[in-house]
Design a protein around this ligand. Structure first.
Ligand SMILES: [Zn+2]
Length: 572
């Protein structure tokens, strides 16, 4: 007798083949049968009218801190994610020299905008080595499966101490020792290694993170550990400058080790390649035996500027800072509604010198009211600047009044890389076979970004709602965030609905699937704040055969495990 029979759903099995109506039977945490009519079971769920999909596998998150205190890993678990991979972009919390925990925290705060106070209060460092870290994670209860990379920044600081932290060149002995630490991590069950080669990533004290300028002998040295271990992904975030300007070494390393490279390319004016050229390079390299994938997101990273965010159009104004100092959110909103205060702030200008911040706080042609439901692909004529023109008002005025909407919780959305005011350029990236769906950054950028909802957005926007251009087939969108992401990380036991596979499943009311606007909450340790985002329409989420969420409410089941190393597919 099966444990659970889910009847009459539309089965979208993650392989990309057309959906079909039928039953799913689950037994012992695995899928027992797919399609047709399942035999009797201890429990039944009527899934008529619902989609049945594999649980989402989100490979680019930064829950390395949150995993220590939050068994729910929200908001990802609210969006149907049943397996997530963290330790991306070189940052993480193991290995760590006793007494050097604060450095890793400062790094995570600076790079991923997770408050130092929160991480200090929330993480009980009961580990030194990466293996001890995985053991500590295994001892905690949680709602979904987690896997992680060995983060190069932590390894470098661990092995080289101050020299490593200060980005001094590694000696041949350093490299041998770093490779050994990486090998031990992979042996203990890391799903790969990650490194940061971007000037964007700084510690809280604005120092470049360890390894930013690592020479090729160092990154290749640690990369070879993947070949020796015979498993794992090399996750690289890079500005595509310097040694990375032509990406040559990455393809060579992949061919040599036989291991996949997952590249987050941060394209800027300084980059040696444009995104199109990166994709062409990868296609060429893969034709010559490399296994490389460019990470792409379901939407560009977007800053969420609200009165509760780290940055908004008035956050640098001297008048704003003076008038709002020490006030609660409610008090600030009330004071901002005072006509005299309004006039005073609107007469003032941003007090910033650096171009980047100025472009952010005053780039009204790239700012939009996010609204409810949130609109992530807005038209050019809906920018704050264009709206202001039509109303014969200043852009500052419109921004000011926008921030006060919805009780002062409205969000001014500023997508990066949105010069064409459309996602038409993203579509070919999403369908390119040399890309992997990624970049949700779950758990990170608490004060300004919340893209952990990307898996839901793939369905709501790209499959169902997009009206300004082509959409994606449902089966394809599901495959991209289940089968494809799981396969890359060697998790061959999940990602599709087939007999013997892990019973990680979403039952979705597709018509009612809906994103709420992001909201700021203050629920992190030490009252830290973060943006979260809720969704309607996930009727059931199932992990290892146990229902973890029903109608959006947690059931209390905690079937999540730590994924250690490659996972075997079911025996045929
Ligand atoms: Zn990242």
């Amino acid at each position: 007798m099966n444990d659970l029979a889910i009847r009459n759903g539309m089965i979208i099995d993650g392989t990309g083949r057309p959906g079909f109506v039928g039953d799913l039977a689950l037994a012992d945490g695995k899928i027992a049968s797919v399609g047709g009519r399942a035999g009797s079971a201890h429990r039944e769920i009527d899934a008529s009218g619902l989609l049945m999909t594999p649980g989402w596998v989100d490979i680019h998150t930064h829950y390395d801190g949150q995993v220590a205190w939050d068994p729910y890993l929200s908001p990802s678990s609210w969006h149907g994610v049943t397996t997530l991979v963290m330790g991306n972009c070189g940052v993480g919390f193991a290995p760590v020299q006793p007494g050097k925990e604060a450095f890793l925290i400062s790094m995570m705060d600076g790079v991923e905008d997770i408050p130092t106070e929160t991480l200090t209060a929330g993480i009980n460092f009961e580990w030194e080595s990466f293996a001890e870290y995985l053991d500590a994670l295994s001892g905690m209860r949680r709602v979904l499966d987690v896997g992680t990379h060995v983060p190069h920044c932590a390894v470098r600081a661990y092995v080289m101490g101050e020299r490593g932290a200060e980005n001094q060149p590694a000696t041949p002995e350093d490299i041998v020792r770093m490779a050994a630490v990486v090998r031990d991590g992979l042996k203990a069950g890391a799903l790969g290694i990650s490194t940061s080669r971007t000037l964007v990533h700084r510690t809280r004290d604005k120092a470049f993170v360890p390894g930013t300028f690592a020479a090729l002998d160092e990154v290749i040295g640690i990369g070879r550990a993947l070949g020796e271990a015979g498993h794992g992904v090399f996750e690289i975030i890079s500005d595509i400058t310097g040694d990375d300007a032509n990406l040559e070494w990455t393809a060579r390393l992949s061919v040599e080790t036989g291991r996949p490279i997952s590249l987050a390319a941060l394209i800027s004016r300084r980059s040696g390649m444009k995104m199109r050229e990166v994709l062409e390079f990868i296609e060429r390299s893969n034709g010559q035996g490399a296994h490389m994938l460019a990470q792409v997101g379901a939407r560009p990273a977007g800053s969420l500027m609200s009165l509760q965010s780290s940055v908004h159009p008035f956050s640098t104004h001297r008048s704003y800072r003076q008038l709002m100092a020490g006030l609660s959110h409610e008090e600030r909103v009330a004071r901002m509604r005072d006509p005299q205060v309004r006039a005073q702030i609107l007469n003032d200008l941003p007090a910033v010198k650096d171009e980047q911040t100025l472009g952010m706080v005053a780039g009204f042609q790239h700012q939009f009211s996010l609204g409810d439901p949130p609109e992530y692909e807005p038209t050019a004529d809906s920018s704050i600047r264009e709206r202001a023109k039509r109303m014969h008002r200043t852009a500052q005025e419109v921004a000011y009044d926008t921030l006060l909407e919805r009780d002062g919780r409205e969000i001014i959305y500023m997508p990066l890389a949105y010069r064409t005011y459309s996602f038409d350029a993203i579509l070919p990236q999403l369908t390119n076979p040399n890309t992997v769906l990624s970049l949700s950054d779950g758990g990170a950028h608490c004060g300004l970004i919340c893209d952990a909802s990307m898996p839901t957005y793939m369905l709501t926007h790209w499959v169902r709602d997009r009206s300004r251009g082509e959409r994606l087939p449902l089966e394809f969108a599901v495959k991209r965030q289940t089968h494809d992401t799981a396969q890359l990380y060697g998790m061959l036991d999940r990602g599709t609905l087939a007999p013997g596979m892990k019973a990680d499943i979403n039952l979705i009311d597709f018509e009612r699937l809906r994103l709420h606007p992001p909201e700021m909450v203050f629920d992190l340790p030490a009252n830290g704040r973060r943006f979260v985002q809720r969704a309607d329409g996930y009727k059931f989420t199932i992990v290892n055969g146990e229902v973890t969420f029903a109608d959006g409410q947690p059931t209390g089941a905690m079937p999540g495990k730590v994924v250690r190393g490659p996972q075997m597919p079911p025996q045929a």
